[in-house]
Design a binder for this molecule. Structure first.
Ligand code: S3P
Length: 431
């Protein structure tokens, strides 16, 4: 599907973004492991999270949907059953990585696979520590890529230093640890999103976390919860940047999760000179939530590296758009993980923004952007089948001269199926 986006007049109004993808996946998986009926309100109905629901159903879990609320009949930590066929994780890295950790300790055989993009994503980072715990996992290309064949076993605890800042890896190991014979201690390199730790603690798991260390003791049954999923800051990011870069704009984005391990984008946009106010801050089911008011301003360049990177890893493609209109040279380093996302996001963002006139240079672990709003022009571009690339290009198009044709626009349905209609609701073609 192709979408045509034209230079926009000022963006005005109030909007809600898609519910949080990371929390939605976890709410379904963790509720399936609790004993009793769990409820998930404001669940994200998008391709990735529906892949998780399909997999959990095949593992014997009943998931009902009533008025956009999920009701999940949890069967306890040992209550899953052997799936009769391959578990299809679609495009979802979170599904395949979290389930590999979970299934490694279940007393049955299972196979996890996905689409072409998912089956090219690295799994050694998960398979290696799980194997050290005693797991029996085989994968394609010297145990590197999906499909994964798992023969579940009783696992032992591990004391492990994670070589990459990855919440998917951390969560896979935490899930394995819940069912292991003894204690597990994980040490993170840099802090990655901590929804797993927060949600499992709320469910009664014996899990303690300090800044970079997590300790899990196994054997405690989880209590079902009523989860309320906030809006996804990674989806709000597109509108934060849109309002910041389209002159005269003012948007109020309501009900957004601002967990500090996810909110790096707010800090960075503020450092670039964006006008952002976080209002109506509240706590909901262990997660900070707020409304975010953002209006346009002149942006200045920024250099990103180090501990901030995992706290805005999914927002870097759209931050490249903000950098393209900022005054001066911006850079992103230490973000080599972008090369192993749904597509190689360093290559994709560099080639597609270059087609729109942006001066952007690829680095091994990031990119350098020479900001100049006058260079941005509409052109045919492509999402590379990646939801966040499609949405980032749409935001660049709002500020580009002429019209931008975005190929592969259907990719947004992975995380934000309502993106195109939400965008239409707040934009107007510039006169
Ligand atoms: C996610 C973790 C991040 C992120 C992904 C969702 C999660 O991936 O990019 O979109 O829900 O745990 P990594 O763990 O690979 O950094």
């Amino acid at each position: 599907m192709e979408k045509i986006i034209r230079k926009s007049a000022p963006l005005k109004g109030e909007l809600f973004v898609a519910p949080d993808k990371s929390i939605s996946h976890r709410a379904v998986i963790f509720s399936s492991l609790a004993k009793g009926e769990g409820i998930v309100r404001n669940f994200l109905q998008a391709n990735d999270t529906l892949s998780t629901c399909d997999c959990m159903r095949q593992l014997g879990i009943s998931i009902e949907e009533k008025d956009s609320i999920l009701i999940i009949c949890g069967k306890g930590l040992g209550g899953l059953k052997e799936p009769k066929t391959i578990l299809d994780c679609g495009n979802s890295g979170t599904t395949i990585r979290l389930l590999s950790g979970l299934l490694a300790s279940q007393p049955f055989f299972s196979v996890l696979s996905g689409d072409e993009s998912l089956n090219a994503r690295p799994m050694k980072r998960v398979i290696h520590p799980l194997s050290t715990m005693g797991a029996d996992i085989l994968a394609r290309d010297d145990n590197s890529y999906p499909p994964l064949a798992i023969r579940g076993k009783l696992l032992k605890g591990i004391d492990y230093r994670l070589p990459v800042a990855s919440a998917q890896l951390k969560s896979a190991l935490i899930l394995a640890a819940l069912n292991a014979q003894d204690e597990t201690i994980l040490h993170e390199k840099e802090k990655s999103r901590d929804h797993t730790e927060r949600m499992l603690a709320a469910m009664g798991a014996d899990i303690e976390s300090s800044e970079l260390t997590i300790r899990i003791r196994p054997g405690i049954e989880l209590m079902p919860q009523e989860f309320m999923v906030p809006g996804d800051i990674s989806s709000a990011a597109f509108f934060l940047v849109a309002a910041a870069i389209v002159p005269g704009s003012e948007l109020l984005i309501k009900n957004v999760g601002i967990n500090p391990s996810r909110a790096g984008i707010i800090e960075v946009l503020k450092a670039m000179g964006a006008k952002i106010k976080v209002v109506n801050q509240r706590f909901f089911a262990g997660e900070e939530v707020a409304d975010i008011l953002v209006s346009s301003s002149e942006l200045k360049a920024v250099e990103l590296d180090g501990e901030i990177i995992p706290r805005l890893i999914d927002e870097l493609p759209v931050l490249a758009v903000a950098m393209a209109v900022a005054d001066g040279e911006s850079s992103v380093r230490g973000a080599g993980e972008l090369r192993v996302k749904e597509t190689d996001r360093i290559a994709a963002v560099s080639s597609e923004l270059a087609r729109m006139g942006v001066q952007i240079k690829e680095l091994d672990d990031g990119f350098i952007v020479q900001g100049n709003p006058d260079l941005l022009r509409g052109n045919p571009v492509n999402s590379h089948g990646d939801h966040r690339i499609a949405m980032s290009l749409a935001i660049a198009a709002l500020r580009a001269e002429g019209e931008t044709r975005i190929g592969g626009a259907e990719a947004v349905s992975i995380s934000f199926p309502g993106f195109w209609s939400t965008l239409a609701q707040i934009t107007e073609t510039a006169p």
